[in-house]
Design a protein around this ligand. Structure first.
Ligand SMILES: Nc1ncnc2c1ncn2[C@@H]1O[C@H](COP(=O)(O)OP(=O)(O)OP(=O)(O)O)[C@@H](O)[C@H]1O
Ligand SMILES: [Mg+2]
Length: 252
C-alpha cells in the first residue's frame, strides 16, 4: 500500500521528496540565519490551510504579530482561517506581556517551561484538529541546555506524531556549522532538510538538500532555490554542484 503523504505546497519540494512528506513525519529544517526557514514553515502551513488542513505555528523566536505580518507580505493572509478556527499561533514568545498578547488564545506563560509548552500545544492541536505544525524554532527550547535536546525533541515528537500531525521543527545552526542541530536531535527526527546560503563569485546562492526522510526515497542532490514575493521556489531539475571548492549550477 502506498504511504500517505502531505503535499508541502513549496514548488519543487514534493518532486525532490518523490511525492511529499510522509504523514506524521517530524522534519528537522535546519539552516543558518536568513536561509529561509521561517518562510518555508509559513508556506507549508498556509498551503495546508488552502486545502482545508488545520495548521499551527509555534512562535518562539518572533512576536506572533510579526509572523502574521510577514506571511501577509507573501500574500498568505491567515486572518480568515484564524476566524474559522483552522489556524492559530501558539505564543511562546511574549509570555503574555503586552496588549497584543492578550488577544492570543494559546499563550505559554513561562516561555522556558517545556512542559507548559507541550500542554498548550497539545490542547491547540486537539481544538483545531491540526494536521500541520511548525515550531520556529526548537533550538530556542534547548540552546542553554544542550543535554536536554534529545529528550525535548522526543517529547515533542510523541505529541505531534501521536496526534496525527506532520511537523517541521526549525533548527538554527551557525553559518559555519556542517551539522543540523546536534546528534540527539538529528537522529530523533524522521527527516532532515537543510537550507544553505553560499557566496559564489561575490553572490549569495540559496540551495536545499534533503539529508534524510524516513518512509520515502528522495533526491540526493543539492538543488538551487529562490525566495520570491510568492515564497520559496525550488529548481528541482537543477543541481548546485561543488567543484574546486565552489558550487556551480548545472542542469540535473
Ligand atoms: N519578498 C521577498 N523576496 C525575496 N526574498 C525575501 C523576501 N522576503 C524575505 N526574503 C529573504 O528571506 C530572508 C529571511 O528568511 P527567513 O526569515 O525565513 O530566514 P530564517 O532562516 O528563518 O532566518 P533566522 O534563522 O534568522 O530566523 C531574508 O534575509 C531575505 O533574504
Ligand atoms: Mg526565522
Amino acid at each position: 500500500m502506498p504511504i500517505e503523504r502531505i503535499r508541502s505546497g513549496i514548488p519543487g519540494l514534493d518532486e525532490i521528496l518523490h511525492g511529499g512528506i510522509p504523514f506524521r513525519n517530524v522534519v528537522l529544517l535546519s539552516g543558518g540565519p536568513g536561509t529561509g526557514k521561517s518562510i518555508f514553515g509559513q508556506q507549508f502551513i498556509y498551503y495546508g490551510l488552502t486545502l482545508g488542513e488545520p495548521g499551527i505555528i509555534v512562535a518562539l523566536e518572533e512576536h506572533p504579530a510579526q509572523i502574521r505580518r510577514n506571511m501577509e507580505q507573501f500574500g498568505w493572509d491567515v486572518s480568515e482561517y484564524e476566524r474559522n478556527g483552522i489556524f492559530t499561533i501558539v505564543d511562546a514568545f511574549t509570555g503574555g506581556i503586552g496588549e497584543y498578547a492578550k488577544r492570543e488564545e494559546y499563550v505559554v506563560k513561562s516561555v522556558d517551561d517545556v512542559r507548559e509548552l507541550l500542554d498548550v500545544l497539545r490542547q491547540a492541536i486537539i481544538d483545531l484538529r491540526a494536521r500541520r505544525v511548525v515550531i520556529d524554532s526548537v533550538t530556542t527550547l534547548y540552546i542553554t541546555k544542550p543535554a536536554m535536546a534529545r529528550g525535548i525533541v522526543m517529547q515533542l515528537k510523541r505529541v505531534l506524531s501521536g496526534l496525527g500531525c506532520t511537523s517541521i521543527l526549525v533548527s538554527q545552526v551557525s553559518v559555519t556549522e556542517r551539522g543540523f542541530g546536534g546528534p540527539g536531535v538529528e537522529h530523533a527526527a524522521d527527516g532532515i532538510i537543510r537550507l544553505d546560503l553560499d557566496e559564489i563569485d561575490g553572490e549569495l546562492k540559496r540551495s536545499i538538500i534533503v539529508w534524510k526522510m524516513r518512509g520515502t526515497s528522495h533526491s540526493m542532490r543539492r538543488h538551487p532555490f529562490k525566495i520570491t514575493d510568492k515564497g520559496i521556489i525550488i529548481e528541482h531539475s537543477k543541481t548546485l554542484k561543488l567543484r574546486g571548492g565552489l558550487y556551480q549550477e548545472i542542469p540535473a
